[in-house]
Design a protein around this ligand. Sequence first.
Ligand SMILES: [Zn+2]
Length: 194
Amino acid sequence: MSWYEFDENEPVECRCGWKGPPSVGIEIYKHCFAYECPECGRTLAVFSPPTIEETKKKAAEGNEKAKAELASALQRESFMDRATASELTSAEQLPDLEGDEIVIEWDFEDREDPNGDNWTVLRHESREIWREIAYYEGLERYSDVATILIEKYGDRLVGFPATPASRLYLYGDDIRNDPVRPLNERLARNRKER
Ligand SMILES: [Zn+2]
């Protein structure tokens, strides 16, 4: 069953004996929505988040849930378009840098107006070398950018720290797998012996 066919007002019964509308126990995970029994925590139903096409289609068909979600889905779609277009995609977009021990900082700039975007800013010796739209919990993006930096600067890259200002947005609630520390430990081995 799809998210939009599911009637969350229709009472369901759990094996523990709890009965009620499933909407009281919804959990929104990164890759799914799940209804859980508020009494015993058993999963009652799991859905993949609807795609934007599905939301548009169902809203056009008059589905109330889809109509209610359409505005935020469209907002999300336009954000994703802007963010993807702003991404660093190739080593050629980065400047040539001098030196044998290059440290690039992953920094963060808050949106200036409330409807604007947040920015990830890459800095070398406090000079901005790249900026792109920041993703909340963008740890995967951090790793992708790291790969491009390594491609560009090779073993001259000795650090890619995330500044304190960037950390809240970068990690969000996702503190379980941290790519920043292991990557920086690995890059630190590129430092030349003295
Ligand atoms: Zn239960």
